[in-house]
Design a protein around this ligand. Structure first.
Ligand code: ZN
Length: 569
């Protein structure tokens, strides 16, 4: 039995994510986790909320809540939506957990012992009224470039110019509004990534099977300009993992926390430790190669914007610690999903957000469309027309219609049990051969995380059953040879649990309905198609299911198109 550690990039805590976020990490990771479990492998599937940093503090302030309370509430909201999409995490953790605090500080100490952390003194904006240093996003003022009055210390949202807080005209504190600001000397910790450049470069070179999207981004950061730069890993905030703690090999870091990009990936490990607290399981056998993780295959899923952190920064932390932590084996990265001729926009409420999607249709409809259109080789685009066609054709006309047609036919001619009589002929042999070939191809695409290809093969597997039924035409054969019609129905009814098992990673709810209808709990993978297609014997009772997938009407499509065009209500 193979062992698969699977992590999805962790979503930021402030607000509900849109479908583009979902298809860029959590959903494909879930597909892969479900597939590996279906093959009988041992899986640890981890995700969490990324809770530290300035945006969380600002969002909490806007909501009028203490940041810890705000994060706890938003974590529950995101966990509930994840459940709605049937994301099968073994644990959905929180980067603010005590486990992550401890591990983040542990890694910082190990990196310092290895000489990979340096202290840097720099000038930073200090607010006398607030009694604290202000991170860039806590300072606003007028943009020197376009005159926009609410430009942030790091960037102007109006003209997108990158800024330094000192560039702003009339800068003021976002917290108190005070303009009594001055530059003061302060100290921060930097991770010496530049010292690890060659080691990281060689490691990336050894990953010849990774997607080009992943390696090209890593290589760009390693070599463009002056090459890989050291990065500040502390910030002047109170919400986060304290940078000054007992046993810290530095002093004077009071009032500072580790920067969110340093502690967030460590949460993959910490979340597994949180899982231990919940279940009593052993997290170290997934993460420590000296404690049982040497046979683990570790796969990460993420959008392309997260690739630098996962190919360089987090490996620098792991390798730099000098301890036997499990390094990632494969990084599956995604391009962006655009929305109906533009981009999803959280601030403008443009596009479909995860909670809204579940209000209008069940999870399987979205899962199927998103995965079968995953932005793998290029950016992809969600359009309502394409969504409607895909749902109506693939799910309703092909899969749903097949299940409905054969169960209804059998019920009307033989009753609700698998009929007896007749034998397989050439058509049945041809179908089993086609299915065998296609299922092996499907397995290969799934193992290689080629998600669109896997979806295409699954669709072809559904189509093969439909075409068989159409050609074999048991409703005609029944008139002259009821035994032969029974043999056709028997095979076709056995296709339903076969389809359920193969389709479950994509559409888990429909798969359960199909297994329920066939009154079987056998979820074994069809290693041999002929065996699978004779698994349910004559006389085995079934029930005729309700409609598996309903069609989307033109009126609905138009109404949804209007509703999600912008400005979320
Ligand atoms: Zn501007």
């Amino acid at each position: 039995m193979a062992r698969h550690l699977i992590t999805s990039a962790i979503p930021y805590i402030n607000g509900i994510k849109h479908l583009g976020n979902l298809v860029g990490s959590q959903l494909p990771a879930d597909l892969f986790a479900r597939y590996q479990r279906a093959r009988g492998n041992e899986v640890m599937f981890i995700c969490a909320t990324d809770e530290h940093g300035t945006p969380a503090e600002l969002a909490a302030a806007k909501a009028g809540k203490p940041v810890a309370e705000y994060c706890a509430e938003m974590h529950d909201v995101q966990a509930k939506i994840a459940e709605g999409f049937r994301l099968s995490f073994d644990h959905f953790g929180r980067s603010s957990s005590p486990q992550n605090h401890r591990l983040t500080q542990h890694f910082a100490v190990k990196l310092a012992e290895a000489g990979l952390i340096r202290e840097v003194t720099e000038q930073q904006m200090y607010s006398k009224a607030d009694g604290r240093f202000l991170p860039d996003r806590y300072i606003e003022g007028t943009c020197p470039n376009c005159g926009f009055e609410s430009a942030r210390g790091d960037q102007c949202d109006n003209c997108t110019k990158q800024l330094d807080p000192v560039d702003l005209i009339n800068p003021h504190s976002v917290i108190s509004g005070s303009t009594d600001l001055e530059m003061r000397e302060t100290k921060h910790l930097f991770l010496r990534q530049s010292a690890m450049k060659d080691q990281l470069d060689a490691w990336i070179d050894s990953k010849t099977d990774w997607p080009v999207l992943t390696t090209s981004i890593a290589k760009k950061w390693l070599h463009d300009g002056d090459g890989l730069q050291d990065r500040g890993i502390t910030r002047d905030l109170s919400w986060g993992v304290p940078a000054q703690f007992e046993g810290a090999p530095w002093s004077g870091m009071e009032g500072k926390v580790f920067y969110v990009w340093f502690d967030a990936p460590i949460e993959y490990i910490a979340a597994t430790e949180e899982w231990t607290e919940k279940t009593g399981g052993d997290w170290e056998r997934w993460w420590r190669t000296d404690k049982g993780a040497e046979d683990v295959t570790y796969t990460q899923f993420m959008g392309k914007d997260n690739v630098p952190f996962h190919t360089l920064s987090f490996p620098a932390t792991i390798l730099g610690s000098g301890e036997p932590w499990k390094l990632v084996d494969y990084i599956k990265s995604f391009n962006y999903l655009n929305y109906d001729g533009g981009q999803f926009s959280t601030s403008r409420g443009r596009g479909v957000f995860m909670d809204q999607a579940l209000e209008i249709l069940p999870a399987d409809y979205w899962r199927w469309w998103l995965l079968s259109h995953a932005p793998e080789s290029a950016d992809a685009e969600f359009t309502w027309e394409n969504f409607q066609v895909s749902v109506n054709k693939d799910l309703a006309d092909v899969l749903g219609n097949f299940v409905s047609r054969i169960t209804k036919f059998t019920r009307s001619k033989f009753g609700e049990a698998i009929p007896e009589g007749g034998t397989w002929g050439d058509q049945e042999t041809a179908l089993t051969e086609e299915l065998s070939t296609r299922i092996r191809a499907y397995e290969t695409h799934m193992e290689e995380k080629d998600i669109r290809k896997a979806a295409g093969e699954l669709r072809a597997i559904w189509v093969a059953g439909n075409e068989y039924l159409q050609a074999a035409a048991p409703w005609s054969v029944f008139k002259t040879d009821p035994d032969q019609a029974a043999a056709i129905a028997r095979l076709a009814l056995n296709l339903i649990p076969l389809y359920a098992v193969l389709s479950a990673p994509f559409i888990p709810d429909a798969a359960e309905l199909m297994l329920d209808a066939m009154q079987t709990e056998d979820r074994s993978w069809p290693e041999d198609v002929k065996t699978a297609l004779t698994a349910l014997p004559a006389g085995h009772a079934f029930t005729t299911p309700e409609v598996l997938f309903r069609k989307i009407s033109d009126e609905e499509r138009e109404a949804w198109q209007d509703r999600f065009a912008g400005t979320r209500d």
